[in-house]
Design a protein around this ligand. Structure first.
Ligand SMILES: [Cu+2]
Length: 146
């Protein structure tokens, strides 16, 4: 009986210590400052994680809307190439697979950027993520502006 109690209390401890720890690492976090007179720009980062995460949304007080875009070069019938961007509806960071947004490829698309950003060197973007089991996680990520 005593042994059972010990086992039960160990189990309870294990359960209570089993808080989900998101381990997502963001590197090369960069936002291009908008060109004069523009309120749109792009951003880039690389994310690696120990779990699968759906990116539900990315938000900032100084940016009206943030999307993740794919980019590909499409050959037109006349022969020249045109850049095509498309919103990725359910971007997913997969366990152990670097999620890479970089110039000339998939990227963050930033719309309705507040002019206050021009005076800043850094900006925090708030990532809202969801695990495969439906757990919601928020992570603040610091981006350089240049
Ligand atoms: Cu874009």
């Amino acid at each position: 009986m005593k042994r059972f109690n010990l086992l039960a209390s160990i189990l309870i401890m294990l359960v209570s210590f089993n808080n989900y720890a998101a381990d997502i690492n963001f590197t090369s976090t960069t936002i291009k400052s908008p060109r004069a007179g523009m309120d749109m720009s792009a951003g880039f980062f690389t994310a690696t994680s120990n779990d699968d995460f759906l990116i539900k949304s990315i938000k900032s007080d100084l940016i009206g809307r943030i999307e993740i875009h794919s980019m590909e070069m499409v050959k037109m019938p006349e022969g020249h190439q045109v850049m095509k961007m498309r919103k990725i509806k359910s971007p997913k960071i997969l366990k152990g697979v670097p999620f890479i947004l970089k110039p000339g490829a998939n990227h963050l698309m930033l719309y309705q950027i507040d002019k206050k950003i021009n005076a800043k060197k850094e900006l925090v973007l708030k990532f809202n993520l969801e695990t495969n089991s439906g757990k919601l996680i928020t992570q603040d990520v610091l981006f350089n502006i240049n």
